[in-house]
Design a protein. Structure first.
Length: 393
């Protein structure tokens, strides 16, 4: 069983570097045998596809990717960047983060020139670190990305999880400031001629989906909450089309460029993996292992984030294992928020993390320099998470 589990995780790590949803489907088949028959494996897949929550969520996430591509193509993202009345240090933190909130492939290339422009006199290795940390810091509190998927997998409320992420978000901001921004000598104010109208439009696109989702899912509790998520992201997409004057042909081109179907297929594959895992022999086996909860949540989360260069993969592994080992009631908001945070901390310095590689290439610096510069703040962040886990979990 140890060998079977080891092979499954290695297979997931290796194949996910090329294609995450293919990796999840492949590993789902592997872990299903020998306990399940071919007929049972197929029935499990049909059950996953027939779940309205899964399908609605998959479609919604695909639309979110189109929104990201549409904001880039229409200049709405540029409007957001160019019209914020913030000082330089705040801009260096917030602007890469705002771009990082939406799943834009190659988004690090979009934010790297912004960082470069804001800090022309900053050393390249520091700009690279700012770009990576700034891009991913805001993912800790944006509910329609990592938090959404993790909350659905864990069966918890997305927006309550988001609230629990705020202490980790503020910790991350403090680390970014202390290690990368504190000693910088930069101008105080930028964009004195910022236009409120050009700022309001992209901000509206970003916030309308979560607002619609949280309001209506709490009013109509008998319906699938993912249905209101679909409505919210559809409204955001309509606004992108309206503000950017996009037609059907332009939207089609964005879908092709973004490969939006990959995002939807990842959602379906994640839930098929979860169903396969629950039906396999692994839950019973893992429940016999002796492992402290804090080490599991923080240590294993950071390790898997680092070796996979992903966040969805570690969470797809950790959440079902944790529930099977410690019980459904043990998966609470503190556990999940800590799990998300530790996975992101490992992911943020992973050499196979695409944002890291493209950022280092843009700023012409090496991974060794980047790793040495960012290792200490990661260690501090994980230490805080570990201490908190021993106290509260």
């Amino acid at each position: 069983m140890y060998f079977h589990l080891f092979i499954s995780i290695i297979l997931l790590i290796v194949v996910s570097r090329k294609n995450l949803w293919v990796a999840l489907l492949l590993v789902s088949f592997v872990i299903s045998f020998p306990k399940l028959s071919i007929y049972q494996v197929f029935s499990l897949f049909v059950t996953t596809l027939s779940n309205p929550s899964v399908i609605l969520l998959a479609i919604s996430v695909g639309i979110i990717s189109i929104i990201g591509g549409g904001m880039d193509k229409t200049g709405l993202m540029d409007d957001l960047v160019n019209n914020l009345k913030l000082n330089i240090k705040l801009s260096l933190i917030s602007l890469p983060g705002m771009i990082g909130m939406l799943p834009i492939p190659g988004g690090a290339i979009l934010s790297a020139p912004i960082v470069n422009k804001l800090g022309p006199n900053i050393q390249n290795e520091t700009k690279a670190a700012i770009n990576i940390w700034g891009r991913h810091g805001f993912k800790l509190i944006y509910p329609l990305d990592i938090i959404l998927l993790a909350a659905v997998m864990a069966g918890l409320n997305t927006y309550i999880v988001t609230l629990y992420m705020f202490p980790y978000f503020f910790l991350t901001l403090q680390l970014i400031y202390f290690f990368f921004l504190r000693t910088l000598q930069v101008d105080c104010i930028k964009n004195k001629s910022a236009q409120s109208k050009k700022l309001l439009r992209p901000l509206t696109v970003l916030i309308v989906a979560p607002i619609v989702h949280v309001i209506f899912s709490n009013i109509y509790t008998a319906l699938y909450p993912e249905f209101f998520l679909l409505i919210g992201v559809s409204i955001s997409l309509i606004l992108v089309c309206y503000f950017g004057n996009l037609g059907i042909i332009q939207i089609g081109k964005i879908v092709l460029e973004m490969k939006s179907w990959n995002y939807s297929l990842i959602i379906i594959a994640i839930f098929y993996f979860l169903n396969s895992f629950k039906a396999s022999e692994f839950p019973g086996f893992i429940s016999t292992l002796v492992l402290s909860k804090p080490i599991f949540v923080i240590g294993l989360g950071a390790f898997l984030g680092f070796v996979t260069g992903r966040v969805n993969v570690p969470l797809s592994i950790l959440i079902p294992i944790y529930i099977s080992k410690y019980g459904t009631d043990s998966m609470n908001y503190i556990v999940l928020s800590s799990m998300i945070f530790s996975s992101i901390m490992g992911y943020i310095i992973s050499p196979i993390h695409p944002c890291v590689s493209v950022t280092l290439e843009y700023f012409k610096t090496s991974y060794g320099i980047f790793f040495r510069q960012t290792l200490l703040p990661v260690i501090i962040a994980l230490s805080v998470g570990l201490i908190s886990s021993y106290i509260f979990i």
